[in-house]
Write a protein that binds this ligand. Structure first.
Ligand code: B12
Length: 285
């Protein structure tokens, strides 16, 4: 769990340390007390405080302000300046600077930017840009791997920091096809579904189809989200997909598909409900 100390909380909320102490002593701003009596703040303590309208003025810095760079980033976050943020995140990802990326994510959550907007307007274009800078030969393939792994790690860490609804809407499953390595997108799908209130069965990269019906039987998911980005062999991918559809239909599952692989795979069949194109769609449909 990532915690802020009193000084950092003061920098984020744009007040001095004694105000933070006063608010927390009065119970307005929740905190955790360490064995030594120090206050520690979770990101959710700060978001709850801001959302409850407890902060009297609007000056929130979204990330702890230590350096000139921090104030620039804070301004980009508060103005939803995704162009500059994408360039910044790409640079940090190539250099494996996980904490700097996480600071931006946390800042966006504090600034009340919805999770699906972070994924649609920041992470998706960053991944596309990483792909095109690699295609143009501006970064090496190892740097492309640094960048994509760093983003995957930070998305997983962010997932551990956000509170999800306790009451679950039901069980859903998120899977890739058998030969698919692109699973960052599926991790984000997983996160959005969890945020929406589903319990998610996440099988990730290269999901084998053996025993799929036992999974449907034992875990009883009611929706299946299938991601396909790269189709190496269309005949195999199509028959794999058709077989999943047949099994899913027997178990009354609804299927949602997404990713550029479905430009080739025919998904116009039962029980496919929809092809989704954005994280906002995944959140709302
Ligand atoms: C990171 C990356 C990798 C990483 C993957 C790491 C990981 N764990 O995911 C690694 C290095 C492993 C990799 C490997 C390969 N990659 Co690659 N990769 C990328 C890169 C840079 C980003 C992919 C990504 O995550 N995009 C971000 C997602 C969020 O965007 P999106 O796919 O457009 O998805 C959107 C919608 O379609 C929708 N959506 C997508 N999926 C889903 C799923 C559901 C359920 C829903 C509801 C919605 C939804 O939501 C998104 C938001 O709008 C892309 C470049 C690019 N332009 O995307 C290339 C890219 C996808 N890769 C490509 C290729 C060719 C490969 C390799 C074959 C390379 C090789 N020769 O080995 C292998 C594939 C091996 C395999 N069997 O899968 C090509 C694919 C071309 C094609 N369509 O045929 C691309 C486009 C690069 C290129 N221009 O050549 N890759």
């Amino acid at each position: 769990m990532n915690l802020y100390n009193t000084e950092e909380a003061a920098k984020i909320l744009g007040v001095n340390v004694s105000t933070i102490k006063r608010w927390s002593s009065a119970g307005k701003l929740k905190c955790i007390r360490t064995a030594g009596g120090h206050r520690k703040f979770e990101m959710t303590h700060l978001t709850e405080f801001i959302q409850n309208g407890q902060k009297p003025n609007t000056r929130i810095n979204s990330i702890p302000m230590d350096r000139a760079e921090d104030s620039r980033i804070s301004e980009w976050i508060l103005k939803s300046d995704f162009k500059n943020l994408v360039n910044y995140i790409q640079k940090q990802a190539i250099h494996c600077n996980r904490n700097k990326i996480l600071d931006v994510f946390k800042g966006m959550v504090l600034a009340k930017i919805p999770l699906y907007d972070i994924y649609d307007h920041l992470i998706t274009p960053t991944l596309h840009q990483i792909g095109s800078t690699w295609e143009k030969g501006q970064i090496s393939v190892i740097e492309e791997h640094f960048a994509s792994q760093t983003l995957k790690d930070t998305i997983t860490r962010l997932q551990g920091m956000i509170n999800f609804p306790e009451k679950k809407l039901g069980v859903v499953m998120a899977m890739n096809l058998e030969n698919e390595l692109h699973d960052i997108v599926l991790k984000m799908v997983d996160h959005i579904l969890e945020f929406r209130g589903y319990k998610v069965l996440y099988s990730g990269q290269l999901t084998p189809l053996i025993n799929l019906e036992h999974i449907f039987d034992d875990y009883a998911p009611k929706r299946l989200y299938i991601s396909s980005t790269y189709v190496e062999n269309l005949t195999n991918a199509q028959s794999e997909f058709d077989s999943i559809c047949q099994t899913a239909e027997r178990f009354n599952l609804k299927i949602f598909v997404g990713g550029s692989g479905f430009d080739y795979i025919d998904y116009n069949k039962e029980p496919v409900i929809n092809r989704l194109h954005s994280f906002k769609d995944i959140y709302s449909i």
